[in-house]
Design a protein around this ligand. Structure first.
Ligand code: ADP
Ligand code: MG
Length: 202
């Protein structure tokens, strides 16, 4: 297609994307809200967001702060690697050092969970996210988001390459201490008025 890689790697049709967010440093709610507002401007899409879910850090220093995680859903014409680049730019812009170790404190982590019904297996990008099916801090907010009234009735999420339903994955996931946080969720972000394609990543 002639314009598949123009305009920052945008595609003709939009896809529904689910992105997991998380952090345990600084004001995570405000960081997540700013990042999702930037994502809404970049994609030209509204963004819906789960509650924040709180869990104790695992395998980290004893004084590490609790993690707040959640899932956001939006539409985009950015192709998957373009979206990954945009998310990584937001992680850096909102304070996360570009080089960091596994299990390190972080202000913001943004992972692509699902990109439409695509199965992607590239060195830099695997979708569905390979660890999403066993992480309650992803599965519970995803389930919450899918139960919202804005969702089309009767729509069941299918995870490409996975036969089990979300409820079955939740029942089988390793136990962890996690609860819905009283921190107010990021409100639904309305689509910006400028149509997709006229905005650029900065
Ligand atoms: P983690 O999210 O596992 O804590 P990072 O955020 O540092 O670790 O991600 C490490 C690498 O994971 C990134 O450089 C990115 O290329 C790769 N990656 C593979 N699949 C995905 C995905 N679905 N979403 C985000 N990053 C991914
Ligand atoms: Mg990540």
């Amino acid at each position: 297609m002639a314009f598949a890689y123009n305009e920052g790697m945008r595609q003709a049709d939009s896809s529904t994307v689910y992105v997991a967010f998380g952090g345990n440093q600084g004001d995570v709610r405000s960081t997540v809200q700013s990042a999702l507002e930037a994502l809404s401007a970049l994609t030209g899409s509204g963004v819906r967001c789960s509650s924040f879910w709180a869990s104790a850090p695992v395998g980290m220093a004893e004084d590490a702060g609790e993690f707040l995680n959640g899932v956001a859903a939006f539409e985009t014409r950015l192709e998957p690697l373009g979206l990954l680049q945009a998310l990584q730019a937001l992680e850096v812009r909102f304070g996360r050092p570009a080089a960091h170790g596994v299990n390190q404190d972080r202000t913001l982590d943004l992972d692509i969970l699902l990109y439409g019904d695509q199965l992607i297996d590239l060195p830099a990008l695997q979708v569905p996210h390979p660890r999403m099916t066993s992480r309650l801090f992803v599965l519970l907010p995803l389930q919450e988001l899918l139960k919202e009234p804005l969702q089309e009735p009767g729509m069941e999420l299918r995870i490409p390459g996975e036969n089990r339903s979300l409820d079955e994955l939740i029942a089988a996931a390793p136990a962890m201490r996690i609860s819905r946080s009283p921190i107010p969720p990021v409100p639904v972000l309305q689509p910006p008025r400028v149509p997709d394609g006229q905005l650029r990543a900065d």
